[in-house]
Design a protein around this ligand. Structure first.
Ligand code: C5P
Length: 279
């Protein structure tokens, strides 16, 4: 069985507080994009995992943890061959690992004729990571709590996107820590987007996009700020960090401008991927 695992972007990401367990509460509109990994799942007498990227073939890969959690929940010992073809850059803030884990849960449930309810799958997903439930949903959604409380959103039309990423790295816990240290005001991008959704004016909708981490990540990894400027200077309507970075996304009015921008960014020596948001 072949399962596709879409990446995601956070078109808004507002941090609303911090919980006793150290996790932050957020309000974020997340959207799947057509940049994806592919997983092949086949029944086997034991659990095996292969990946086209050798450094990802570790025992704690989220795909393995997802498979173990699935078999645990159905009361069987893990017995599946997983082959992952990785195309989503990582670590990037694009939810690639989370999406792979969600695809394993979804695929295994199908392979075994749906022994687990959606509710059970979502609760397993939340134990694997904050973004895994969203990746399981695979539709635009308002994400709250630590990211796992989902409200699907209609009316966010498909948009042309360029994902750009350089060589700089950002650690998610470090970005949250630095955000806390800076005492930044809470942003209202998500509320403004929720009011604009449904409008045919892509400029009005995209003007609400934003990411609360940018004042921090622009300093921790200046390349992310440079990439946002590069996207804007090459025709993006807006450009922001995705998740805790270091990838950035640009929104474009048409495919040709997006493709030209991606080529320019590649010519400067960065990685760039043209894709669309999933509506
Ligand atoms: O859940 P996930 O594995 O994505 O979280 C990675 C790290 O990011 C956490 O250990 C925590 O430091 C930070 N985080 C957070 N609040 C969230 C999500 C992640 O503080 N809502």
């Amino acid at each position: 069985m072949i399962v596709t695992a879409n990446a995601k972007i956070n078109v808004t990401l507002d941090i609303t507080g911090i919980r006793d367990d150290g996790f932050h509460t957020l309000r974020s509109v997340m959207v799947p994009i057509t940049l994806s990994d592919e997983l092949s799942l086949e029944q086997n007498d034991r659990l095996t995992f292969e990946c086209n990227i050798a450094s990802l073939c570790t025992d704690d890969n989220l795909c393995i943890r997802a498979a173990k959690a699935f078999f645990d929940a159905i009361g069987q010992s893990p017995c599946v061959s997983i082959r992952l073809t990785k195309r989503i850059p990582f670590p990037a803030g694009l939810g690639g690992g989370s999406s792979d884990a969600a695809a394993v849960l979804k695929g295994l449930n199908r392979l075994y004729s749906n022994p687990l309810s959606d509710e059970k799958l979502f609760s397993i997903a939340a134990t694997l990571g904050s973004d895994v439930p969203f990746c399981l949903l695979d539709k635009p959604a308002l994400c709250e709590g630590r990211g796992e409380i989902l409200a699907p959103l209609d009316g966010l039309k498909s948009m042309h996107v360029v994902i750009a990423i350089g060589d700089g790295r950002l650690s998610t816990p470090a970005v949250y820590r630095e955000y806390d240290a800076n005492n930044l005001p809470v942003r209202d991008d998500t509320d403004r987007l929720l009011s604009a959704i449904g409008s045919d004016d892509i400029y009005a909708v995209a003007s609400t996009f934003g990411n609360a981490f940018e004042p921090v990540t622009d300093i921790l990894c200046p390349e992310t700020a440079a990439l946002r400027s590069l996207l804007i200077n090459n025709g993006a309507i807006t450009a922001h960090l995705s998740g805790s970075g270091p990838s950035v996304y640009g929104i474009f009015a048409d495919a040709e401008t997006a493709s030209n921008a991606a080529k320019t960014i590649q010519n400067v020596g960065f990685s760039a991927f043209v894709c669309k948001t999933v509506d």
